[in-house]
Design a protein around this ligand. Structure first.
Ligand code: PLP
Length: 462
């Protein structure tokens, strides 16, 4: 904060397609989809119209004992799209609350379904996971920085190794490891399944951890274990949902049907805050009973089922169909994969991870030893600043440069984004090497150092 106070803030007042425009009229490519929410570009006419049409009817009415047409239609549409078995919809406000709802629902579900078997109220999570900043979501998270100050507020949760192949926590190598990282989950389940309510997982990509991509079959294996040990599988698709991985939901890649699924972010294509927790019929039924049994799920928010958000979310789902978004983005996925190959040649790029339109580039001080840059070097931030100078907004996560373009980004802009990322990494890391060899205050030596790398930047540019 202290450093940010010294900077000139960029004030965004407009946008169009994959571009953001600031108060000085400068245009930037939105390389993070406005924090992983935007899908169809800014100011999409269909979405703008949906919001305006709903405004002409009503902006909000409570969901307590009432409902509204957009919320009804959206619930129906989501059930049709979601992995089979998820038939019930609970609205909330954002990703964190969608996860909170899933956790609370899981605990109450077990109380009401198997009351005689004792409390099943413990959760298992995957190390490095991020599920939100509210206290329950933090409790099942594994990203130190976001939780460290609040450990004393969090409830205990059991952590299993992350499927982080580049820095395997078990010191193994994929695929020879045969996915040994699922073994800790099985071990925990075997010992403690009687008290475990659910396993919380980010399907396929641990996003905030630095776009850590799980090996194929990992998620399906977790599903199998949950079924075998009578543990609910809670899929947090807040970041991966709505096309980001190349399918509507990441679970589809492995034909996985979770018991609870949290959605938010791109639910409204980046227009309005809205969260949803989908549940199976079995879970829903456990909440039905006579009045005096108090089986109701006592949870709600002032803006639950907000008609504006639901109307825009519905319009977004229509755009998916009308503009054949999932089909159209496949060429973009391939193009990105192709373009990223050039970045893998940069000497400070340790690992490039891609799932659909979710990309993480892990920077390292030393590629051979995988030595990370000290976090105080703020290398990811430096790259983001270099990218900003070149007209691209990206946000790093520590040493990981992330790129998540809106799904609608045309090939020319995808190419520009990757080129800027390449140049920005080069400028922040390799130019720095050159400067380190030849301090800036000695121009002749610096030139000599630069001559030792003739035409490097242009030759390697994608
Ligand atoms: C996987 C995942 N779950 C939950 C959240 C929390 O969502 P929100 O910021 O909308 O509360 C995030 C946010 O980045 C996320 O990536």
């Amino acid at each position: 904060m202290q450093e940010w106070e010294q900077e000139q803030p960029i004030i965004i007042e407009g946008g169009k397609g994959p571009y953001l425009i600031d108060t000085l009229g400068r245009k930037y490519l939105d390389g993070v989809s406005s924090l992983w929410v935007n899908l169809h570009g800014h100011r999409h006419p269909t979405l703008d119209r949906a919001a305006r049409t709903q405004l002409n009817r009503i902006a909000h009415s409570t969901f307590l004992g009432l409902t509204n047409p957009p919320a009804i239609l959206l619930a129906r549409a989501l059930v049709r799209l979601a992995p089979r078995g998820l038939t019930r919809v609970f609205y909330s406000d954002d990703g964190s609350t969608a996860v909170e709802v899933a956790l609370k629902m899981a605990v109450q579900y077990w109380q009401q379904r198997t009351p005689r078997l004792g409390e099943k109220n413990t959760f298992v999570h995957i190390q490095l996971a991020y599920h939100g900043d509210t206290v329950g979501a933090m409790s099942v998270g594994g990203t130190g920085l976001f939780q460290d100050h609040f450990r004393s507020l969090c409830f205990p949760s059991l952590a299993a190794a992350a499927p982080y192949c580049y820095r395997c926590p078990l010191n193994l190598t994929y695929p020879a490891c045969e996915m040994a990282c699922v073994e800790p989950v099985e071990r925990i389940f075997k010992e403690r399944h009687r008290e475990i309510a659910g396993l919380v997982v980010e399907p396929l990509v641990q996003a905030v951890a630095g776009m850590i991509t799980a090996p194929p079959g990992y998620l399906a294996k977790l599903r199998e274990l949950c079924t075998r040990y009578d543990v609910l599988l809670i899929a947090d698709e807040v970041a991966t949902g709505f096309g980001r991985t190349g399918r509507m939901f990441a679970c589809e890649h492995e034909g996985v049907r979770p018991d609870l699924m949290a959605l938010s972010k791109s639910l409204t294509a980046g227009y309005l805050p809205l969260g949803v927790t989908l549940a199976t019929e079995d879970i829903y039924q456990a909440f039905l009973g006579d009045y005096g049994e108090w089986k109701t799920f006592f949870h709600g928010h002032s803006y639950t089922g907000n008609p504006l958000g639901c109307a825009v979310a519905l319009a977004s789902l229509e755009i998916f169909q009308k503009e054949r978004r999932l089909q159209g983005m496949q060429a973009g996925v391939r193009l990105l994969r192709q373009l990223l190959k050039s970045a893998s040649r940069l000497s400070h790029v340790g690992d490039i991870r891609q799932r659909g339109y979710m990309i993480g580039i892990e920077l390292v001080e030393d590629r051979h030893t995988k030595t990370p840059y000290p976090l105080t070097d703020r290398m990811g931030h430096r790259v983001a600043m270099e990218a900003l100078k070149r007209g691209l907004i990206i946000r790093p996560i520590g040493n990981v440069v992330t790129l998540l373009p809106p799904l609608v980004t045309p090939p020319s802009d995808l190419t520009r984004m990757v080129k800027i990322v390449y140049d920005a990494i080069f400028a922040a890391t390799e130019d720095r090497d050159v400067r380190a060899q030849a301090p800036l205050h000695h121009p002749r030596t610096r030139n000599a150092a630069a001559r030792r790398q003739p035409g490097r930047r242009t030759r390697r540019s994608p």
